[in-house]
Design a protein around this ligand. Structure first.
Ligand code: EPZ
Length: 433
């Protein structure tokens, strides 16, 4: 198992280019199941979640050519299975994004019930309720969801209890070839939803209103393969913006749309960061004489403050000159980073969905454990400014969503490396051996 070792206290300056959005690419890959032929996806991030989704598609009979590090040619002409491998769905819940596409392609699907994960139960009841409204029948058997459409797929009016990203996407993909018109109210508005709708419309779908709370889908007979560039990853970009804020920068973060991070950038300016916006980039700095200002954060569906930026922001606020209050409204257990930051000298108290962050002068480097994808990146961020060395394990979490994370930080000047873990040799020391 690898660990990431960081020696804190060195300036980070320069340029970093973000990849395509993980939370779009995975769904675009799933959507290719509905368009027989060769779909070319460019700007695909080279991350382990994409590798897992590629394996799921190949298990279903797709043939994927990795044309270059960031280009996939996905041929779904001959897919012949609608049964996803249980282990892969259990490993990556985003695999449930194949549910809608398989039902559209085959009228049926078998997908494992996704397990929860560190950040929460990750239920899919809204996915199933919405698809049921379109005519899908479900049976849960031995951990698998068995979906069928005895009467075929038909349009419906669906209102989501919560603006769920995954439910909106599965419903969108279940409705594109349904007979008639579907409306999704209280739909998620994330930029990744717009990216998916754009690709589907290029492929022949008829989707209006993506990015608004009400999406209308007029069913069409079929979709065809297209070429599509994955939208830039606003969360990877936001992570590097936070890194510029904690180290001082200046760092220019390129290849994403600053509008996709509008609220985060505004909050960060209020925290004392200087942010110059370009068309597809931002340049971020914070004079070391300018302390980080405390603030209050409420995570919400887009355009609210993204939950995927909560950990990075907690790390910034842990060094603010005052107290901050973070409320996590999207996931039920996404504060595990706090205990790890407290090992490094932070002063964070959790009360239910709230974190009270009392700013401290600095972090002390320590061995810490990544609680999840974004928490892992946030611990690396803390290590960049900690006194001494920080060793972060659980690096596989970071690999799920950040391509070449260590290399990108090293290119900015970080003293960082990925090394093999050296477990403590306790042979002969246990009195119970
Ligand atoms: C997507 O997860 C992202 N993952 C998450 O990013 C992101 O945090 C989340 O959207 C919110 O923006 C991918 O796109 C692969 P939700 P998703 O459905 O679709 C509950 C990262 O770090 N819920 O909007 O699972 C659910 O339990 C990851 O990149 C139900 O109760 O998010 C959660 O508490 C983490 N029933 C809340 O809604 C349902 O049927 C939001 O979930 C569906 C969701």
């Amino acid at each position: 198992m690898d660990i990431i070792q960081v020696e804190g206290g060195f300036p980070l300056t320069g340029e970093v280019t973000v990849e395509g959005a993980k939370n779009s690419a995975l769904k675009l890959m799933a959507a290719t199941l509905m368009a027989p032929g060769v779909t070319t996806l460019t700007n695909v991030p080279n991350i382990s979640d994409v590798h897992t989704m590629g394996t799921v598609l190949q298990c279903l009979g797709a043939v994927i050519e990795v044309a270059d590090e960031h280009t996939l040619k996905i041929d779904t002409s001959c897919i012949d299975s609608w049964v996803t491998p249980y282990e892969l769905v259990a490993k990556m819940r985003a695999s449930t994004a194949v549910l809608g596409p398989l039902i559209t392609r085959f009228g049926k699907a078998v997908v494992a019930m996704p397990g929860g994960c560190n950040i929460g139960a990750r239920k899919i009841d809204m996915h199933l309720q919405g698809l049921a409204a379109l005519g899908v029948q479900f049976e849960i058997d031995h951990g698998n969801i068995h979906a069928s459409t005895p009467e075929g797929l038909h349009g419906a009016q669906v209102e989501l209890e919560f603006a769920s990203v995954g439910a909106t996407e599965n419903l969108l993909m279940g409705a594109v070839c349904a007979k008639g018109t579907t409306t999704i109210d209280n739909a998620a508005r994330e930029p990744e939803i717009i990216d998916l709708a754009n690709m589907l419309n290029d492929a022949g779908a008829n989707i209006q209103g993506a990015g608004t709370p009400s999406i209308t889908i007029n069913g069409v007979d079929s979709l065809h393969a297209v070429k599509h560039k994955v939208v830039g990853d606003r969360i990877e970009a936001g992570t590097f913006v936070a890194i510029a804020g904690i180290t001082g920068g200046p760092i220019t973060v390129k290849d994403f749309d600053p509008e996709h991070l509008a609220l985060v950038l505004r909050k960060y300016e209020g925290m004392g960061l200087s942010i110059v916006r370009g068309e597809n980039e931002v340049t971020v700095s914070r004079p070391t004489t300018q302390p980080i200002q405390p603030t209050d954060i409420q995570t919400l569906p887009f355009p609210g403050f993204p939950t995927d930026m909560q950990a990075q922001t907690m790390t910034l606020l842990a060094l603010a000159n005052g107290d901050s209050f973070i409320t996590e409204n999207v996931f039920e257990n996404r504060f595990m980073l706090a205990a790890e930051l407290n090992r490094m000298g932070a002063d964070i108290r959790i009360e239910g969905h709230h974190a009270i962050v009392h700013g401290v002068k600095g972090f002390s480097g320590a061995p810490v454990t990544s609680p999840d994808l974004r928490g892992g990146a946030a611990l690396v961020m803390a290590g960049l400014v900690a006194d001494g060395y920080t060793k972060i394990d659980g690096v596989h979490h970071i690999d799920r969503g950040y391509e070449h994370f260590v290399e990108k930080l090293a290119s900015l000047g970080a003293h960082i490396q990925r090394v093999k873990a050296q477990p403590l040799n306790l042979d002969g020391l246990s009195p119970f051996a």
